[in-house]
Write a protein that binds this ligand. Sequence first.
Ligand code: RB5
Length: 167
Amino acid sequence: MPDSSMTPPERTVAIACDHAGVTLKATLKQDLAAHGYAVIDLGTDGTQSVDYPDYADALAATIADGRAGKGVLVCGTGIGISIAANRNPAVRAAVVHDVETARLSRAHNDANVLALGARVTPEAQARDCLAVFLTTPYEGGRHETRVAKLGPRNSPNPSAPARQAGG
Ligand code: RB5
């Protein structure tokens, strides 16, 4: 596996999970290495119950500070851990259930974090989602203005706290 400290961010993927996602994370980590990516593994690695926001925050930080170009998050459903990651303005995390939603998350939404639910998505399907997520380019074009509006400076809520743009 390439050394993440020696690898450019676009070839580096961070991965993290809670206790529900440990087995799937291990499999996806192997897949990332097989695809030639350096991997920053942020845990968790055991079955002891943990709080998914802690792992989402750690992963979001690697995106925000440029250590990783993309991220993969796994919890039971993919929902909680994606909600947590999306609090960081550098992150566009998409919960994905099949290859079509994986493809569209990249092509239309320029998602930089793939969120998967280990309890709801079979392993083979999750692996296919990862492969598609890694290889599908962002289409841009008509999606540009929409994705730009996902950024913190375009909040429709004028009372929303200002946040730093990140990605
Ligand atoms: C943990 O039991 C579970 O709640 C978590 O993995 C996730 O599914 C939350 O969204």
